[in-house]
Write a protein that binds this ligand. Structure first.
Ligand SMILES: Cc1ncc(C[n+]2csc(CCOP(=O)(O)OP(=O)(O)O)c2C)c(N)n1
Ligand SMILES: [Mg+2]
Length: 423
């Protein structure tokens, strides 16, 4: 049958394909970016109804101004000791990232992902949540593990899949799993951790436990179905969970507009579900801490879930397999109006009279040496250069408490075939 002709007297249909503002070689200008004032956003009661705080999904909670001075009702008034610990955790995370990135370039591992520029989001969470609270991270929350004191050497062993790897080489590099640190296994399948976190939170509540759950995903991942099922369950059952969305503005080479940023904010996704939703300056660790602390108190008081969008910028490539110079302007990083989270906390501490350039330089040296020493120890247990460090049979182990017959059979068959092939 012939296709019906387009109606000549009607407007032909079209659709919109979002395009990033700046491409390679473009000059970058963020003059029209409305950050709002530090200290300007109100702090609602932790029991506030989601319908009474919709504006928080469209504003930006900020504490630190451009001079590093803290303002307003969200200022968490943390002790200088705590601030210095947060600063060191961020510096340690950055030094770790730099070393492991170089290790990948040297062929010691196959893959690595940095969180440069986004450190505040994870470090704030590790400080604001209780140690027993359960974290369901994406692949860019290494800062959580580091700030919770999980051994750096163990993280390196996992990246090298070496003899000391607690996961025995069965996960991709950086896909950590650390039960003792309340850090759920990282999954390569985007956003699966969202419904898992909500399920954990509901289970915790149904047992009368006091541990809440928190999960993280990128802004691109909010387009996944799992994000939306998780929001439905979290809202319906008022699960004690914190849903964190790290809006670093890029999903590999797709800019945030492809995930919906032109039409609305990512925090506003929560409004449709009736979830308390806030948007926060993701490079201001005081603001991140304060909002997380608010959400944790809300969850602990059985007032329901919170969705938090952290507005930040992915300062480096998506992973070692990516080359961002091919799709975005190199000027973006420097021009980004929310700055760098380490520089901003450093400036704040110096302004308080609790820090100075010499101590900062000494800290950078100390963390670099620490990372170097840990790196050497980990490399002594093997890297990709040394081939496989774990016996083949381990691939069939540890899923079931007792290995079922069919896995025993497969394991035996594999060993027989390898023997027959002389390997
Ligand atoms: C279900 C699924 N779809 C696609 C991919 C491929 N993929 C891996 S990371 C990524 C981008 C995710 O971007 P975002 O959620 O913004 O997180 P970010 O990397 O910026 O932290 C994509 C598309 C995947 N791993 N899983
Ligand atoms: Mg992203």
């Amino acid at each position: 049958m012939a296709e019906a002709p387009a109606a000549p007297n009607m407007t032909p249909l079209s659709f919109h394909v979002p395009e990033p503002r700046f491409r390679p070689g473009d000059a970058v200008d963020y003059a029209d970016f409305d950050r709002g004032e530090a200290g300007a956003v109100a702090r609602p009661d932790v029991a506030a109804l989601p319908a009474d705080m919709r504006g928080h999904a469209y504003s930006l909670v900020r504490v630190l101004d451009d001079e590093g001075v803290a303002h307003g009702p969200w200022n968490p008034r943390l002790s200088p000791d705590r601030l210095r610990r947060m600063l060191r955790d961020m510096a340690l995370t950055r030094a770790f990232d730099d070393r492991m990135y170089r290790a990948q370039r040297q062929g010691k591992t196959s893959f690595y992902m940095k969180c440069t520029g986004e450190e505040a989001t994870s470090i704030a969470a590790a400080h604001a949540l209780d140690r027993g609270d359960m974290c369901f991270p994406s692949y860019r929350q290494q800062g959580l593990l580091i700030a919770r004191g999980w051994p750096i050497g163990q993280m390196m062993n996992q990246i090298y899949s070496n003899a000391g790897d607690n996961l025995k080489g069965r996960q991709m590099p950086i896909m950590y799993s650390a039960r003792e640190a309340g850090f759920f296994s990282v999954s390569g399948n985007l956003t699966t951790q969202y419904p898992q976190a909500v399920g954990f939170a509901m289970a915790s509540a149904s047992r009368g436990d006091t541990r809440i759950a928190a999960c993280w995903c990128g802004e691109g991942s909010t387009a996944e179905g799992d994000f939306h099922s998780a929001c439905t369950f979290a809202a319906v059952y008022r699960a004690p969970v914190i849903l964190n969305v790290i809006n670093n503005q890029w999903a590999i080479s797709s800019f945030s507009g492809i995930a919906g940023a032109e039409a609305t904010t990512f925090a506003a996704r929560g409004i449709g579900y009736g979830i308390a939703s806030l948007r926060v300056d993701g490079n201001d660790i005081l603001a991140c801490y304060a909002v997380l602390d608010w959400a944790a108190e809300r969850a602990r008081g059985n007032h329901g879930p919170t969705l938090i969008e952290y507005f930040t910028y992915r300062a480096e490539g998506h992973s070692t397999s990516d080359d961002p110079t091919k799709y975005r302007s190199a000027e973006e990083r420097g021009a980004w109006p929310l700055g760098d989270p380490i520089v901003r906390l450093k400036q704040h501490l110096i302004g308080l009279g609790e820090w100075d350039e010499e101590r900062h330089a000494a800290m950078d040296k100390e963390v670099a040496e620490f990372i170097r020493d840990e790196g050497r120890k980990a490399e002594a247990q093997g890297t990709l250069h040394d081939g496989l460090s774990q016996p083949f049979t381990t691939m069939f182990e540890d899923v079931f408490e007792e290995q079922p017959w069919h896995l025993k059979e497969q394991s035996a068959q594999m060993q027989a075939e390898r023997k027959a092939a002389g390997i």
